[in-house]
Design a binder for this molecule. Structure first.
Ligand code: C2E
Ligand code: CA
Ligand code: CA
Length: 408
């Protein structure tokens, strides 16, 4: 439940009738701070004012003078930290495109509504409002320097988390994906987005991958000794595949720890920095000959391509989460999801859908015969020690057909 008195709403629409209608809906839903503007300039004046600055803007896209997209550009110039709801008579696909565009500017979009606006649709989006993290200075995202990341790798501050991959048809736990975290002595748990890029840009990614892989394989062995045979996936940047050392390292480590290569999955994405593609191709093919499993990650995004599918003998295809969550209801997503699934089928690959966040997503996978699911509906990434406890809960949920899940 949100604190309604904290939400300072500004509505921008060139039609006075629309403004009145929305104002009434908002009042009925208990929102007390609502300003109405008929022009972009009037709205920007309020954004500029210290006392009048909103933290939620309901924005009509189609306006005669300054249109909604131009308005957003002005918001960006003003470092607007609040949220946005887009409203328009345009079709769903157009609204989605604009939503993406706005998000690319790092403005929080709660969602979009097609006119005519229904009170339920509006209230569902308003429920998503949260105070901007950017307004509280403690949690500003930090970008780390190469020296700090290097030290983290060398000092053993990187910790592996594991996220389950389960069979959709049976609910059986098939494997886990290794996702690295940095246990920072001062800042706590730092997500990979805040240091992987730094590592890649500074020639540290190879060292990072080796550290992650070494503890992932040790963990796989520990699970195996405890009677739990799991496929363990590790993310490997193409850059790491540019040297023959890597091949020797992986095969040597696997032999030393005594894990069958079939149990190791290497998830590969194309990186921007990729130069000569021949060495990675050779290394991947040789890894495959040695029976390691190869997975093409983030399929459907700029990080992977049809050319890779043609050239590299992948065993697994991961449909990017951007095409999975809500694909059951959004036509364009559904088209991408279906096409990826069909392509993988045709090429005889196993398919993993990422970003399975709720029961509706799960049901789509079930209906369409997707092999494996990964996402918050199943579990967030967790430390290895939490896996047994999670398995108990998960088995119970599967047995009940998810009947006791709190939300649908
Ligand atoms: P990825 O390989 O695509 O990993 C999946 C990301 O999606 C993970 O983010 C995971 O926590 C998140 N996720 C899982 N389920 C859901 C869901 O239902 N909804 C949504 N919205 N997200 C979900 P994380 O752990 O923050 O990792 C981000 C990226 O960092 C990874 O994306 C991967 O590209 C990279 N990464 C993580 N660990 C490593 C590593 O050891 N080496 C390399 N090279 N890259 C890594
Ligand atoms: Ca991955
Ligand atoms: Ca992915």
């Amino acid at each position: 439940m949100i604190e309604k008195f904290m939400v300072k709403i500004l509505m921008l629409d060139d039609e006075p009738f629309m403004l009145k209608l929305l104002a009434r809906m908002l009042a009925n839903q208990g929102f007390t701070s609502v300003a109405l503007c008929e022009s972009g300039q009037a709205a920007l004046d309020r954004v500029d004012g210290l006392d009048t600055r909103p933290n939620l803007i309901l924005l009509d896209l189609n306006m005669p003078e300054m249109d909604g997209i131009e308005f957003v550009r002005h918001l960006v110039e003003r470092n607007y930290t609040g949220s946005l709801i887009l409203i328009s008579g345009e079709d769903e696909r157009m609204l989605q495109t604009v939503e993406k565009l706005v998000k690319a500017h790092k403005i929080m979009v709660l969602g979009h509504i097609q006119k005519p606006v229904k009170p339920e649709a509006l209230s569902a989006l308003l429920e998503k409002w949260v105070p901007s993290p950017l307004d509280s200075p403690q949690v500003v995202q930090k970008i780390y320097g190469a020296d700090e990341v290097r030290a983290a790798i060398n000092n053993g501050e990187l910790v592996n988390y594991y996220q389950p991959k389960v069979a959709v048809a049976t609910g059986k736990l098939v494997g886990v994906e290794t996702l690295v975290r940095w246990h920072h002595p001062v800042h706590g748990i730092v997500p990979p987005d805040q240091f992987i890029g730094v590592a890649e840009a500074n020639g540290l990614i190879d060292d990072l991958t080796r550290v992650v892989l070494t503890s992932a394989l040790a963990q796989a062995k520990a699970w195996q000794d405890a009677g739990l045979v799991l496929r363990v996936s590790v993310n490997v940047a193409m850059d790491s595949l540019a040297s023959l050392d890597f091949l020797d390292f992986v095969t040597g480590l696997t032999a030393k720890i005594n894990i069958p290569p079939q149990q190791i999955v290497l998830e590969v994405t194309e990186s921007q920095l990729m130069g000569d593609a021949r060495t990675p191709l050779e290394i991947l093919t040789r890894l495959r000959l040695k029976r390691f499993r190869l997975s093409i990650d983030d399929f459907g995004t700029g990080h992977s391509s049809l050319a890779q599918l043609r050239d590299i003998p992948f065993d697994e295809l991961k449909i990017d989460q951007g095409f999975v969550h809500r694909a059951w209801t959004v036509e364009t997503l559904r088209a991408m999801y279906d096409a990826s699934l069909a392509l993988a089928r045709q090429l005889g690959m196993e398919v993993v859908a990422e970003g399975v966040e709720d029961r509706d997503d799960w049901d789509l996978l079930l209906r369409t015969g997707c092999d494996l699911a990964q996402g918050t509906f199943v579990s967030r990434p967790m430390p290895a020690a939490d896996l047994p406890g999670w398995m108990d809960v998960w088995q119970e949920r599967v047995r009940n057909g998810f009947a006791n899940d709190i939300s649908r």
